[in-house]
Design a protein around this ligand. Structure first.
Ligand code: GTP
Ligand code: MG
Length: 320
C-alpha cells in the first residue's frame, strides 16, 4: 500500500485532517491541497459537515503547504517588467486598468446584460493585434465563445472606425475562434491551447462567458462543491497559461442580485470565492445614459479604487 504520509500532497498531512475527514473531503470533490487552499471556511464547512473553525485550520494548512517555491523579489520584479498592456480603445478605461488589460493575469469584466462585456472583447480582438505604440501587442487572439455572441461583422465595423479596413482579412485570420458547447468542452478547448499559442503568438485569450455553462449545468446546493472544484481547475489552468506564455486572459461574468445588500449596487459577480480569488483584476460594468457605461474596479492588488466612463459606439469602445 502507498504510504500516504510520504506523499506531500495528500490531504492527510493537513492539520485536523485524519482518515475520516480526508475521506469526506474527497467525497465532496476536494481531493487535492490546491482545491482546498482556495476555499472559504464556510464553503469547506458546508461541503464536509465540519465546524468552521476546523475548516479554517485545514485551509490555512493547505495554503502554507503550497507556499513552497521561492523567488527573489528581483526575479519577481523582472517578470513583472515584462508585462504587456492591451488598450481597450478608451483612454479612461485604460487608465482605470493601469494602462490597459495586462498580460500575466486574468481580467474579469462583470455586469448585467448589455453592459458592454462582449463589446469590450470584440474591441480587444482588434487592439491586441496592433503594434505596441498603438496600444497592442502584435499578437493574435483566442476567442472561446460559450454564448454564441461573437460577430466578425462587428469587428469589421471596429476596423473601419480605425481605418484598418484594408487589412481586414489579416485581422480576422489572427482570431482563433472556438464555440464551446458545455463546460467540459470549454475546459477541453483550454487543454488544447499550448501549441496554438506558440505557433500563432497568442497574446490574449477571451472566455465569454466563464460561468454560463457552470451556472446552468450545476443546479442545487448538492452540486455546488463539484462545480466549484471544476471551475477552480479551469481558472487555474487559464492563470497558468497567462503566466507561462506572458499573455492576457479576459473573462466575462454575469452578476446576481444580493438581497443582503442595503447600500450601493446590489449586483455581485457570480462564481463565489473561487472566481473572486482567481481574477487578478475585477471590473464591474454598469449602464449609464444611452451608450455610456461606467466601469469600476472591484478588486485589484495594484489599482486604486475608481471609476471610468466609456461609450459603446458604432466604431467600438470610445471615451465617455
Ligand atoms: P450579455 O452578454 O447579454 O450579458 O451582455 P454584454 O455585457 O455582453 O453586452 P454587449 O457587450 O453585447 O453590449 C450590448 C450593447 O452594445 C448594446 O446594447 C448596444 O448598446 C451596444 N452595441 C452593440 N453593437 C453595437 C453597434 O454596432 N453599434 C453601437 N453603437 N452600439 C452597439
Ligand atoms: Mg455578452
Amino acid at each position: 500500500m502507498q504510504n500516504l504520509e510520504n506523499d506531500e500532497n495528500h490531504l492527510i498531512n493537513l492539520p485536523r485532517v485524519g482518515p475520516a475527514i480526508a475521506k469526506r473531503l474527497e467525497e465532496a470533490g476536494y481531493s487535492t491541497v490546491e482545491a482546498i487552499a482556495v476555499l472559504s471556511p464556510k464553503e469547506l464547512a458546508a461541503a464536509c459537515e465540519i465546524g468552521e473553525a476546523t475548516a479554517e485550520k485545514i485551509i490555512l494548512g493547505a495554503r502554507e503547504q503550497l507556499d513552497i517555491g521561492f523567488e527573489s523579489g528581483l526575479q519577481v520584479l523582472e517578470r513583472r517588467l515584462s508585462i504587456g498592456k492591451i488598450s481597450t480603445g478608451s483612454k479612461n478605461l485604460d487608465e482605470l486598468l493601469g494602462g490597459g488589460v495586462e498580460t500575466l493575469g486574468m481580467t474579469e469584466f462583470a455586469g448585467e446584460f448589455r453592459t458592454g462585456k462582449t463589446q469590450i472583447c470584440h474591441q480587444l480582438c482588434v487592439m491586441t493585434q496592433l503594434p505596441e505604440d498603438e496600444g497592442g501587442l502584435n499578437g493574435s487572439v483566442v476567442y472561446i465563445d460559450t454564448e454564441g455572441t461573437f460577430r466578425p461583422e462587428r469587428l469589421l465595423q471596429i476596423l473601419r472606425g480605425r481605418g484598418l479596413e484594408k487589412n481586414r482579412e489579416k485581422f480576422l485570420e489572427n482570431i482563433l475562434y472556438a464555440r464551446a458547447y458545455n463546460s467540459d468542452h470549454q475546459m477541453l478547448i483550454c487543454d488544447q491551447l499550448s501549441d496554438k499559442i506558440v505557433k500563432n503568438n497568442v497574446k490574449l485569450i477571451i472566455v465569454d462567458s466563464i460561468m454560463g455553462y457552470f451556472r446552468s449545468e450545476y443546479i442545487g446546493r448538492g452540486t455546488l462543491a463539484e462545480r466549484q472544484q471544476k471551475l477552480n481547475k479551469h481558472l487555474h489552468q487559464l492563470l497558468r497559461i497567462a503566466d507561462v506564455y506572458n499573455l492576457a486572459v479576459v473573462i466575462c461574468n454575469q452578476v446576481m442580485a444580493r438581497p443582503d445588500m442595503f447600500f450601493g449596487d446590489p449586483n455581485t459577480p457570480i462564481g463565489g470565492n473561487v472566481l473572486a480569488h482567481a481574477s487578478t483584476t475585477r471590473v464591474f460594468l454598469r449602464k449609464s445614459k444611452a451608450e455610456r457605461r461606467i466601469a469600476r474596479i472591484l478588486d485589484s492588488p495594484m489599482l486604486p479604487e475608481g471609476e471610468a466612463v466609456f461609450r459603446i459606439t458604432e466604431e467600438g469602445i470610445a471615451d465617455g
